[in-house]
Design a protein around this ligand. Sequence first.
Ligand SMILES: Cc1ncc(COP(=O)(O)O)c(C=O)c1O
Length: 459
Amino acid sequence: MPSSSKISPIPADSRSSSASASAASTHTDTNARLSQIQQHTMGSISNRPVELFDAVPQAPEDPLFGLMAAYRKDTHEKKVDLGIGAYRDNNAKPWVLPVVKKADKILRDDPDLNHEYLPIAGLPEFTLAAQKLILGPDSPAIKEGRATSLQTISGTGAVHLGGLFLSRFLPKPTPAIYLSNPTWANHNQIFTNIGMPIKSYPYFSAKTKMLDLDGLLSTLKAAPEKSIVLLHACAHNPTGVDPTQDQWKQIAEVCRERSLFPFFDCAYQGFASGDLATDNWAIRYFVEQGLELIIAQSFAKNFGLYGERAGAFHFVAAPGSKAQDVTKRVASQLAVLQRSEISNPPAYGARIASIVLNDKALFAEWEEDLRTMSGRIIEMRKSLKAELDKLDTPGNWDHITSQIGMFSFTGISEAQVLAIREKWHVYMTKNGRISMAGLNTSNVKYVAEALDDVVRHVK
Ligand SMILES: Cc1ncc(COP(=O)(O)O)c(C=O)c1O
């Protein structure tokens, strides 16, 4: 550091003190001071610190959030948002579940409510209830003490924690994680950020608009042992195509044969069919088969707690004499990772979910709310299909009703997606995925007309 940069601090009272000093000495002092400052400034210019981030490129806007912004700006009175990954009621409004309103009141009326930190692993009554919900109350893994759970920043946080855990504790070089093609876009980003090698397995057949089971199985059969396979537990995002129970059995069999490690992402339990156990059949089956696995669980969609970031991460050890010990050690390491990442999770959403999950009557009301949401979506699928049938829109649209959950892959081209936005103000992601939650009895006919138009006139 140049000596010129070592300037003494200007006394706080320097201006007022000038009144008592002689004019000449004040002048000299000021000049010296100015020259000192000038040298300091020049010195710092010639030794400017390296600008480390000069070369940081502009990142592209997140496509989904960009789409939402474009929709908000659009002033057309008939605009329709089919990009949104959140439930909307029949008036296109966000829906606070009635049971969540009740739980919120119980929470706020609690005289003991405070804002202390939660434990590192989260609210115990929440994580235990979440574990029972996902594995089933009679799960052998719970009975045998070989499941451990941590509260996370919703499903995204759970996927991230899972990735971090795998990359830290798998033998090196870290095996690849196989993602379905296509998958939720954030999967790629999360595992890339962690530095895990990513591969993909075929999932969606553009021709049949159904599961490409042969492609999926043959890719997994060829995967190196100990590879990770990320599986959407239900309501596959973005395709809306789920394996049947028989197909799940085949996938579980390959995982066992090839010693592949299943990583379930469960963001829509109860939201797809309206039945919690049906939507979780695959996870429970894999556990019954004695497979060791991990699960990322989100309460964003099924509780409508999107912004409250309530979720959980679960590890289930394979049965055996070492299982409890392994589970304990894994739990201790997960706590270390959690501490360094977020210290401890946010309380509000977990408290709401916990109140509902641990109360029989509220739980039953929640199941009713789930049926309301999934039922409306299933109705919208039927209406859209019926409108397209009425218009005799070219192509086969059976997939609209055979797909499940919030999303549907329409199969329209990118040019058609752009045209439907330009001309009809109907917004969807570039890959032609639509959110069924954006449809309602007032706009479904309009959307069918829009689809019919672009399918007929744009290639
Ligand atoms: C497949 C899948 N996984 C995880 C998530 C995570 O959602 P959140 O972090 O809001 O719980 C989503 C949300 O859209 C999803 O579709």
